[in-house]
Design a binder for this molecule. Structure first.
Ligand SMILES: Nc1ncnc2c1ncn2[C@@H]1O[C@H](COP(=O)(O)OP(=O)(O)OP(=O)(O)O)[C@@H](O)[C@H]1O
Ligand SMILES: Nc1ncnc2c1ncn2[C@@H]1O[C@H](COP(=O)(O)OP(=O)(O)OP(=O)(O)O)[C@@H](O)[C@H]1O
Ligand SMILES: [Mg+2]
Ligand SMILES: [Mg+2]
Lengths: 260, 260
């Protein structure tokens, strides 16, 4: 059974997609079999892994609606050990389409259960990229996941949303998924020349203690250039600061998983 | 009757809130009476204008639900000519609460109509800060607005979402608000040391021509520090690059409005 990690934070632009793509790639590089599941209607994780929008025939939308299995929607990437389940703009309509459906929060979890029953797919980790909102799509991801990994941009507005996110996590844990854990908080776009980054980092470590990863992802222009080439930064520029940080992050994640 | 401008883009973290706060402040500084209407459950615009979460008694949620008038929800700020209508975390539930309501897209517009009928409030511009999604809240903003101003971060993923946003704008214009115009596109977090910024800027000007504002907002750390002091950057550091750019932006907006 794969470990399912939801990468979620309703604050926009904090590095959810960038973390899903590059943590996924780094885990694949160290031999784990990884599926990046794109649950954001924007489709940035699919694009960043080289799946162009015209070739997304079966997507996470069909999986959520029960019209396709996980196996049918999975696509290979050019990277060994790394697969992607692309998203579709139709996901933006899921909130309304599932409004009156009783098991609306469990659609994704049920898809994973059906996948296991039919023999499953050989995957060690599923990394779910969530949209910037606490809508039915993100709730499905949190209900299907073993844990949540929270990317946190080192900026003031990013701090503000944390308490709302934690309330939602506790609500999901209380009623939909009692096993949901906080896998950790990862500080992103850290800039050591700017005192705001240090203040936010100190503040978050004060609140979340050792849930905060030691590895911080620095702000690094190569990270933001990589998606325009349809490649993870580890492939685009293996030696840059951003790639090294995501490789360290994958190592730290494996260590934390082993300690459980 | 006030000019209503919705600041919208479903891509997260592109500078919607920062533009609502600072464009609003700059317009107020040049003598316009401005209301910043916070329609994002995160409440960043309310915080950035110094309205702490405990004092948000009547919010845009109650206005959307028809439980309060615009006049009742408006709060003064310490800045002359600038008022704010704060948001509430309850807005996150609006999608479900309005799912089966026939006039769900017109709630905000109707609130403005009722406001006019009761003599209105002395406002020249309403600047609406939208959440990072094309949900019922953003649709309400686009339906109530005269125009949409699109902040666009000079990054690759930000380009990807533009066509989805324009499709939604055309849908709203076609069925809910025929008068909706594209007020313009504003390039944000522009970094002239980074060739990606220049590429994105050139690409956007190619697509949108003179809809793209000449004024670009540079990436400037003072802009991201200001919200932690509950102040717009124009008050926090009047002479920094960020403040000057938002003052130029306000001037260009007034010029464009006059040309209509
Ligand atoms: N470490 C980094 N250094 C530089 N740029 C980064 C870094 N991480 C992310 N970015 C850039 O910042 C922007 C926001 O990141 P990303 O799109 O991954 O955030 P997100 O949380 O997925 O956004 P959304 O809320 O829209 O889904 C992107 O343009 C991305 O390329
Ligand atoms: N010109 C700028 N220079 C430096 N930092 C900026 C600039 N504009 C915005 N920021 C910072 O970037 C982050 C994202 O900006 P902001 O929160 O305004 O975007 P948003 O589109 O409103 O995000 P969301 O999608 O979550 O609503 C914030 O931390 C903000 O302080
Ligand atoms: Mg994303
Ligand atoms: Mg915002």
């Amino acid at each position: 059974k794969p470990r399912i990690i939801a990468i979620a934070n309703q604050k926009g632009g904090v590095g959810k997609t960038t973390t899903a793509i590059n943590l996924g790639t780094a885990l694949a590089a160290i031999g784990q079999k990884v599926l990046v599941l794109d649950m954001d209607a924007q489709g940035n994780a699919s694009t960043g892994l080289g799946v162009d929008s015209l070739s997304r025939k079966v997507t996470s939308y069909e999986v959520m609606m029960g019209e396709a299995t996980i196996k049918e929607a999975i696509t290979k990437t050019k990277i060994p050990n790394l697969m992607v389940l692309p998203s579709s703009v139709d996901l933006a309509g899921a909130e309304i389409e599932l409004a009156n459906v009783s098991n609306r929060a469990f659609r994704l979890k049920e898809a994973f259960v059906r996948n296991e029953q039919s023999g499953g797919v050989d995957i060690d980790y599923v990394i779910i990229d969530c949209p910037p909102s606490l809508n039915v799509v993100t709730i499905n991801a949190l209900t299907a996941a073993n844990s949540i990994l929270v990317p946190l941009q080192c900026e003031f507005f990013a701090l503000e949303g944390l308490s709302q996110l934690m309330r939602t996590v506790n609500l999901v844990k209380g009623s939909l998924n009692p096993d949901l854990e906080i896998q950790g908080v990862v500080l992103t776009m850290y800039d050591n020349r700017n005192k705001l980054s240090e203040q936010v980092a100190a503040d978050v470590r004060g609140h979340f203690g050792d849930k905060v990863y030691t590895t911080m992802i620095p702000r690094n222009v190569r990270v933001s250039e990589a998606p325009s080439h349809g490649k993870p930064v580890l492939i685009y520029d293996y030696n840059c600061q951003g790639s090294r940080a995501y490789i360290r992050l994958a190592g730290e994640l494996i260590q934390r998983e082993r300690l459980k």
